[in-house]
Write a protein that binds this ligand. Structure first.
Ligand code: INI
Length: 157
């Protein structure tokens, strides 16, 4: 029988950093509220969640990296909204944000969760931040707990 590492989904005791972009705040605040609510529902204590606002999604990786390197967090959630209709440099902001966040996780070993909505228009962004298509903020909270716990299991098995 192969041995399977299992992620315990209890968030109690986890320290979570959340970095959130102020650009398109009407969307990112909804992502943040949902992420925090879901973390708390899984047992993460309010006082163990640290929220840092940054100007835009482009700045998410550098602050996520500083938090990850501090050694104070089990996972970092990055939240942003890049909307194609509203920017000519959509591809650059979205691409740099995604690859930067990925690098943070790989370089530090602390999971950096990608919670940046990339949509064609504001309607799609609203749908994915609490509208018909759910709220990606909640998904990032679950991903943060699961990834932090599976890394913990990998280190203790
Ligand atoms: N930042 C976003 O988070 N979303 C966007 O849609 C966006 N647009 O439209 O340009 C955006 N730009 C700002 C960028 O993230 C940086 O803050 C800015 O370029 C300063 O470095």
């Amino acid at each position: 029988m192969p041995k399977e590492l299992k992620a315990n989904m209890n968030g109690q005791g986890l320290q979570i950093g959340v970095v959130v972009a102020r650009f398109n705040e009407i969307i990112t605040r909804k992502l943040l509220d949902s992420a925090v609510e879901t973390l708390v529902r899984h047992g993460v204590r309010d006082e163990d969640i640290t929220v840092s606002w940054v100007p835009g999604s482009f700045e998410l990786p550098v602050v996520a990296k500083a938090l990850a390197k501090s050694g104070r967090f089990h996972a970092i959630i990055c939240l942003g909204a890049v909307i194609r209709g509203e920017t000519s440099h959509y591809d650059m902001v979205a691409g740099q944000s995604a690859s930067g966040i990925s690098s943070v996780g790989l370089e530090t070993g602390i999971p950096a969760i990608f919670g940046v909505l990339t949509t064609e228009n504001m309607e799609q962004a609203l749908n994915r931040s609490g509208g018909k298509a759910g709220n990606m903020g909640a998904n990032t909270a679950v991903a943060a707990i699961e990834t932090a716990r599976i890394i913990e299991a990998a280190n203790t098995a």
